[in-house]
Design a protein around this ligand. Structure first.
Ligand SMILES: *Cc1c(COP(=O)(O)O)cnc(C)c1O
Length: 358
């Protein structure tokens, strides 16, 4: 008997494996370091704005997110026509692929990189072209440029790269963009931009202004600590921003998310002090782990990558015994988020006790 059938690509969509919550342990505080979340709860002013907005949930949100667009335009000095807000930057990536890819079109990206990419690409019916990262976890941008074919519609550049950690430099990005044909859309996923402390950091918004084929995606989920509210934004050429808005789900960004995002922009200085504290913790963990004999890649996000091969799941289990949940990628390695100081201490202690690869 014939059954309703989804498009064939839907059956090919890989499952998204979310970071697990910690296993509860008697008499032990447990920590979730598996989803690159911000360990700080919302600032009082942000919480108040969000709570006040809850009082209006009988009404639909402002579909045009007018006040949020105005606040973003002001903060980043770009016209609203070049902005698009959405329910997180993952949604922006889905929307970009839906708007730009026909079935069978190719999307080039680094691998391992953000696990949502192959899922979003498959959902769009496009083909994922994975270019292995270099041994030090950096994007191989020359190989990515060389992987562009007639069928390529989009290239995804993840900087800093989740889960390996290094950031692309501005000089590298400029050289890359000079090699990619104008008809190919280059998405610069800057989910962790606020955590970058390199001498030549990418300025995504300025880069976007110089290129008609570049889109930058940013999120309130990581540095701003609003992961559960689902709000992010893109800075894009006007026609691309328009296409993004055209394919967005109506009323996606909730009233609460809009209010909290606006309040976060107003409190940015205070939020970025927290980011500084997390960066200091990241550097402390990185130093401790390296002192213990690990060769870990540069960490420019709020996480550290341990390359573990076949021992990945053992490492994750050993972390779990210490009340810390990490994000294992079986056979490859484990990504460990920077969290509370006590959680970070446990990670360094684990790195001392768990033998590094020979
Ligand atoms: C966390 C993350 C995002 C942000 O996702 P949201 O949908 O905004 O929560 C985007 N890209 C990468 C690489 C990430 O790690």
């Amino acid at each position: 008997m014939a059954h309703p059938q989804p498009r064939p690509n839907v059956l090919q969509i890989p499952a998204y494996v979310p970071g697990r919550p910690p296993t509860a342990r008697e008499g032990m505080t447990t920590f979730k370091l598996s989803s690159n979340e911000n360990p700080y709860p919302p600032l009082p002013g942000v919480l108040e704005a969000a709570v006040a907005a809850v009082g209006q949930v009988n009404r639909y949100p402002d579909m045009g997110s007018t006040a949020l667009y105005a606040a973003l335009a002001d903060r980043f000095d770009v016209p609203v026509e070049r902005l698009s807000v959405a329910t997180g930057s993952v949604a922006l990536i889905y929307q970009l692929l839906a708007a730009f890819c026909d079935p069978g079109d190719e999307v080039v990206h680094a691998w391992r990189s953000f696990e949502a990419y192959p899922i979003a690409i498959a959902a769009a019916g496009a083909v994922s072209v994975r270019v292995p990262v270099l041994a030090d976890g950096r994007h191989d941008l020359d190989a990515m440029a060389a992987a562009v074919t007639e069928r390529t519609k989009v290239v995804l550049v993840c900087t800093p790269n989740n889960p390996t950690g290094p950031a692309v430099t501005q000089a590298e990005l400029d050289a890359f963009l000079a090699q990619v044909p104008q008809r190919v859309l280059v998405v610069v996923d800057e989910a962790y931009a606020e955590f970058v402390r390199t001498p030549d950091p990418v300025d995504g918004v300025a880069t976007q202004a110089r290129h008609d084929n570049v889109v930058v995606t940013r999120t309130f989920s990581k540095a701003y600590g609003l992961a559960a509210l689902r709000v992010g934004f893109a800075v894009a050429p006007e026609p691309v921003a328009g296409a993004l808005r055209a394919v967005s789900l109506p009323f996606g960004v909730s009233t609460v998310a809009q209010a909290a995002a606006i309040a976060s922009l107003a409190a940015e200085a205070e939020l970025l002090e927290r980011v500084d504290a997390l960066v200091a913790e990241r550097d402390r963990v990185l130093a401790g782990v390296r002192e213990a004999g690990w060769r870990v890649p540069d960490a420019q996000g709020n996480f550290v990558w341990f390359e573990l091969g076949e021992r990945t799941l053992d490492f994750a289990a050993a972390a779990d015994e210490r009340g810390v949940v990490v994000r294992p990628f079986a056979g490859e390695g484990a990504r460990v988020s920077i969290g509370e100081a006590e959680a970070n201490d446990r990670v360094v202690a684990l790195a001392r006790d768990f033998p590094p690869p020979a």
